[in-house]
Design a protein around this ligand. Structure first.
Ligand SMILES: NC(=O)c1ccc[n+]([C@@H]2O[C@H](COP(=O)([O-])OP(=O)(O)OC[C@H]3O[C@@H](n4cnc5c(N)ncnc54)[C@H](O)[C@@H]3O)[C@@H](O)[C@H]2O)c1
Length: 334
């Protein structure tokens, strides 16, 4: 199968590329990635000699370039991971989020429509459903109530996908994973931040009282779910991908510190993020019906992730900014 993986040099994209190249030795993948601060060829370092993998450095908003690559490569599927993804950054500077997560998605859909690409799979997020504190977990038909510029931009991308299916019958599938964790996640994200700070015995900031609930999915389990949706999913549909593993943020920090043998006194409560959602939660009946369920137990996944960060300092050390260990609120900083 021929995959064009946009955003394939980021955290989830690179894990998906590794999963596919390892599982199917006849697959061909072009990773099409702008290499923003979050995208790195180091994420694919162990795959660089794989004959099934090629890389193109380009922006999904670039109409001509995307058209040219799709025309020449003739993918069976475009899998779109490309996005601006950090909520705190979206509060400081929303414009890049709108460009990539809305216009970029439009450009992919329009290119796929013109060139009759057989399938587009768009990676969305559980954040489009908004804060579900005190409410039922969302199924795929639940209303969108995004809270941050990030989640609003992601919800807009979903709506464009739905419109392209309805109006043009463009074969598109949307997937909405919950919070992923595992190797190659950028140090600004919650779990790597806890591990890296704990390794340095530095205080670990937690927003407010740490009572926000997130659902966690190990990134290799996500890759498997995505592979199943690409092969068995129905066009025009959306699929939630829950981890069935809801945890309070404070519990996540405490568990990681215990696993690392570090004191809980490292935890420091800081001012909460504006608009911070208290809870994300999704139903997963549709993806379960396709025969998938997560394989990696929570503690096992955390142990694997901690081990990876301990053994791969070369990967994350160059990414730490001068103020990485400061405790102030990041949305006021940039
Ligand atoms: N990480 C999570 O927990 C999570 C959960 C649910 C959904 N998602 C979604 O999954 C996708 C991947 O998330 P991630 O955590 O791997 O993100 P990431 O920030 O690690 O990677 C994003 C990648 O997209 C690339 N990119 C950004 N703008 C681009 C553009 N204009 N053109 C081409 N490439 C561009 C970056 O260079 C990077 O390689 C995103 O769409 C995100 O919204 C992530």
């Amino acid at each position: 199968m021929r995959f064009l993986v946009t955003g394939g040099a980021g955290f989830m994209g690179s894990n998906f590329v590794r999963y596919i190249l390892t599982k199917y030795n006849d697959s061909m993948i072009i990773v099409y990635d702008k290499l923003t601060y979050a995208g790195r060829l180091e994420n694919l370092h162990d795959m660089k000699n794989n004959p099934g993998l090629k890389f193109v450095k380009a922006d999904i908003c670039d109409e001509e370039k995307l058209m040219k690559v799709v025309k020449e490569f003739q993918p069976d599927v475009i899998v779109n991971f490309a996005a601006e993804t950090h909520v705190d950054r979206s509060i400081n500077e929303p414009a890049p989020f709108l460009k990539t997560n809305v216009y970029g998605v439009f450009n992919i859909l329009e290119t796929a429509r013109r060139l009759e690409v057989p399938l587009v799979v768009h990676i969305s997020t559980d954040e489009v459903y908004g804060d579900l504190w005190g409410k039922e977990p969302a199924d795929e038909e639940a209303p969108f109530k995004p809270s941050s510029p990030y989640s609003a931009s992601k919800a807009s991308g979903d709506l464009l996908c739905q419109a392209y299916w309805r109006t043009y019958r463009l074969p598109v599938i949307i997937v909405r994973p919950s919070n992923n964790y595992g190797p190659y996640q950028y140090p600004e994200k919650f779990i790597p931040k806890i591990i890296i700070r704990a390794l340095h015995d530095k205080p670990i900031p937690i927003y407010g009282r740490g009572e926000q609930v997130r659902d966690w999915l190990y990134v290799e389990d996500f890759a498997e779910a995505l592979d199943i949706v690409i092969n068995k999913g129905s066009k025009g549909e959306a699929y939630n991908m829950p981890g069935f593993n809801e945890r309070k943020n404070l519990e996540v920090v405490e568990t990681i510190l215990k696993l690392m043998g570090k004191p809980l006194t490292l935890i420091k409560h800081v001012e909460d993020r504006p608009g911070h959602d208290r809870k994300y939660a999704m139903k997963g009946d549709k993806i379960l019906a396709l025969g998938w369920k997560p394989k990696t137990p929570w503690i096992k996944g955390l142990e694997k992730t901690i081990k990876w960060y301990i053994e791969n300092e070369w990967w994350w050390k160059p990414l730490l900014s001068d103020d990485y260990f400061r405790l102030d609120t990041p949305w006021k900083k940039r």
